[in-house]
Structure formats: C-alpha cells, structure tokens
Write a protein that binds this ligand. Structure first.
Ligand code: PGA
Length: 214
C-alpha cells in the first residue's frame, strides 16, 4: 500500500471552544501505517493543538517571508517550528486575496527550509513554478476549491503525473472539494500521494471518514 498524506486546511475558521470540540471528536491514534495526517489550524489555535498532537501532525497555513524582526503581523519560521512541522505556502487564496507572487512564495519556502519546517506548496497547475528544495506540492484547481465540484480523478491524476515528472517533487497531493465520498477515487490513483482538505476537515466526523476511506 502506498503512503498517503492527508492534510486538513482549516483556513480562517474556528474559535478555541470550537477547536476543543473538534479535538474531542477526532481520533488520530489508530491510523493505518501508510497514512499520515497533518492538521493546519489558524495560528491562534496552534498552541492549543500542540497540547494534544505531536509537532509532526501539525502545520501552519502561512509563514512570514522574513526572519524575526520588525514585520508587524507576521509569524516567522522559527515561531512556526515551535508548534508545527509543516507549513502551507502559496495557497491560491493567498495568491488571490493577499497578492502573493512567485517571488514571495520563493522567500517563504526559503524561510521554512532554513528553520527545517517542511513546506507544502500549493500549485494551480503544471505551469505554477515550484521553488527548489520543495518535496511536497498540492495541486488545487482554483475552480474546485470550496465549490463542491471536484476535478475528475483521472484528470487530477494526469496533472499530478505531469508535475511529478517535470519537477523534483516527491509527493503531489490533490485538493479541491475532497469529501468522505470521493476521497478514495483520488487516493487510489498512481500519482496522487494524498489530499488537501478544506471545508470537509472542519467536521471531525467527516474528516475521520476521509482518513478511513483514503
Ligand atoms: P476545499 O478546500 O476542500 O474546501 O475545496 C481545499 C483547499 O482550499 O485547500
């Protein structure tokens, strides 16, 4: 059985109390040996999550393109590293709403790598540049994000195949309207190494089923 990486991206959702409820209703202790789960809550919840989960199961959703210093509002790579082993970089929402370009994404990857936080770089297709030294990418067609309309698994697998062959990456995830019903149709295909789950990861029952059915 191939290894699978299942990543939850909570985006800008949940209070401390809601997160406590989620944590009380999820069980990540008995995972199949081939499955690895990473939860990316907002920064405000990372500390609380770290009371319940090891650093290897946690990720941040963003990272500063700078190291420590006078950068109001930013969270730097060494601060992330205290709580999380992974970081999402270049999500299409960051590119769209926060005008992040390939240069900033490259800086963020460099910061993450220098602190030994593992970057998961989100790409929108085969043409999105992937900075050197990135091992994990998530292919997410923009129109499939949060719309309930996932890409066809065959097409997603083909894009993942092309990314895999064209670049140095080791793992390509698919993201975009992944659910407990469709997750296996992606993860059973050769070039899809796991999934990045947004909306469906907010519900502990749904996310548990996604993990079980992947
Ligand atoms: P979605 O989001 O699962 O809600 O489509 C995925 C993502 O944006 O990472």
């Amino acid at each position: 059985m191939k290894d699978l990486l299942i990543v939850a991206n909570w985006k800008s959702n949940k209070s401390q109390q809601e997160a406590d409820l989620w944590i009380a209703n999820i069980n990540l202790d008995t995972l199949d040996a081939n499955k690895k789960v990473v939860i990316c809550p907002p920064f405000t919840l990372l500390s609380a999550f770290s009371q319940h989960f090891p650093v290897e199961k946690l990720g941040a959703q963003n990272i500063s393109p700078f190291s420590a210093g006078a950068y109001t509002g930013e969270v730097n790579a060494l601060q992330v590293k205290e709580f999380a082993a992974y970081v999402l970089i270049g999500h299409s929402e960051r590119r769209q709403y926060f005008k992040e370009d390939d240069e900033i994404i490259q800086e963020k990857v460099m910061q993450a790598k220098s602190a030994m936080v593992i970057p998961i770089v989100c790409v929108q297709g085969v043409d999105t540049p992937i900075p050197q030294g990135v091992d994990i990418v998530a292919y997410e067609p923009i129109w499939a994000i949060g719309t309930g309309k996932a890409e066809s698994p065959i097409e997603a697998n083909e894009v993942c195949r092309q990314i895999f062959h064209k670049t140095h990456v080791k793992t390509v995830l698919y993201g975009g309207s992944v659910t407990e019903e469709n997750v296996h149709t992606f993860t059973e295909l050769e070039y899809i190494g796991g999934v990045l789950v947004g909306g469906a990861s907010l519900d502990p029952q749904k996310f548990s089923q996604i993990i079980a059915h992947a």
